[in-house]
Write a protein that binds this ligand. Structure first.
Ligand SMILES: *Cc1c(COP(=O)(O)O)cnc(C)c1O
Length: 368
């Protein structure tokens, strides 16, 4: 489907051809065990829901089309990231993680990988990167959450491959419409589908995509044995929600462009970050690497109390974590343990009308 436009692909990806009488959006198949033939299980049949589910396969085919690699869906982004780490890494290995990326990945590493004799080193997304010698797996996150720094995925992938390392990219913030890590040379694209991919703030989901048969087989086996599968209903809801991914991202990016410009010239705001702003440190590499810039902005108010004042005064911005949803939300990241200033806010632009958001921000964030 690669010659079709993004919105066309989002509507059709993964849906089997329709016959007369079929529903346009096939419903979910709920099953724990499936009926077996009297003479026993045959390979290719659906036998049990942990390993087999047709609704999940439709979702996986849809994401596979957008990412350009065989895809496995997981119960959450954390389940997907930990599947990558646990299938690739062995005692004595070294993994390189982003120091400014999703904090639960670092916590997983210090809580569980360190105890399995896996050495963990950190590198900032924007670099400089230490030597990849002796590193088994490099996990990148671009744009990173919450720093919004962008890394040259192709350049790091070829340097890491030259040293014998595998490369996985957390594609959560970008979504596969923003960039395709596998096309840029990564071995694995891994993401939380909880954020913009499903985008309605009503389910948790994760996935991994790869073109490597052996990595796919290892992660499929891990998933069946560790058991972190998404439910058929969530898989169905996610595929249905993906139909509007292009539409939602377009409005989120429009809103981010307007709000980043507004915030960038506001006297109470410092350190505005949006990779779509020409003044942003990540602008050049993002413009080269990404097909679209997500609607996520970072900015800093003087204090945590100033953030609370802004949220009390706003009529439209919801205080909530996560990002990529329909609602514009703001999250003061320090409260969750991110290495950020007390007044740092990760703003996720929703799909509301731009003028309404600008009016609301103007009223809620009075000039200092
Ligand atoms: C949210 C997030 C995750 C974890 O995903 P869940 O679906 O919450 O488990 C992983 N990586 C990034 C970049 C995220 O933003």
């Amino acid at each position: 489907m690669s010659t079709l436009g993004d919105s066309t692909r989002c509507v059709h990806a993964g849906i089997p051809p329709l016959s007369p009488g079929d529903p346009l959006q096939p419903g979910p198949v709920f099953a724990a065990p499936y009926a077996l033939p009297p003479d026993g299980y045959q390979p290719g049949l659906d036998g049990y829901g942990r390993g087999d589910n047709p609704t999940r396969r439709v979702l996986e085919a849809a994401i596979a089309d957008l990412e350009g690699g065989d895809t496995l869906a997981f119960a959450s982004g954390q389940a997907a990231v930990s599947a990558v780490l646990m299938t690739v890494l062995r005692p004595g290995d070294t993994v390189m993680l982003p120091s400014d990326g999703y904090y639960n990945v670092r916590t997983f590493a210090s809580s569980f990988l360190a105890g399995l004799d896996v050495r963990v080193v950190e590198a900032p997304t924007a670099g400089p990167y230490p030597s990849f010698d002796g590193v088994r797996l490099v996990l990148l996150e671009s744009p990173a959450n919450p720093s919004l720094d962008v890394v040259d995925i192709a350049a790091v992938s070829s340097a890491a491959h030259a040293a014998g390392a595998l490369v996985a990219v957390d594609n959560t913030a970008a979504t596969p419409l923003g960039q395709r890590p596998l096309d840029l040379g990564a071995d694995i694209s891994v993401a939380s589908g909880t954020k913009a991919l499903s985008g309605h703030s009503d389910l948790l989901l994760g996935y991994v995509s790869t073109r490597s048969e052996s990595l796919h087989a290892a992660m499929a086996s891990w998933r069946t044995l560790a058991g972190a599968i998404p439910s058929p209903f969530d898989a169905w809801l996610a595929r249905r929600s993906m139909s509007t991914l292009d539409l939602r991202l377009r409005q989120q990016t429009l809103n981010a462009a307007a709000l980043a410009t507004f915030l960038g010239s506001h006297p109470s705001v410092s350190n505005i970050r949006w990779p779509g702003l020409p003044s942003d440190p990540s602008f050049e590499i993002a413009a080269r690497q990404m097909r679209r810039i997500p609607g996520i902005i970072g900015f800093t108010l003087p204090t945590a109390a100033a953030v609370a004042d802004f949220l009390r005064a706003s009529q439209l911005v919801v205080a909530a974590t996560s990002f990529g949803g329909l609602h514009t939300t703001a999250d003061r990241r320090e409260q969750w343990g991110d290495r950020t200033a007390p007044g740092f806010v990760r703003l996720s632009c929703g799909i509301e009308d731009t003028d309404d958001l600008l009016a609301d921000f103007t009223a809620a964030l009075p000039p200092a």
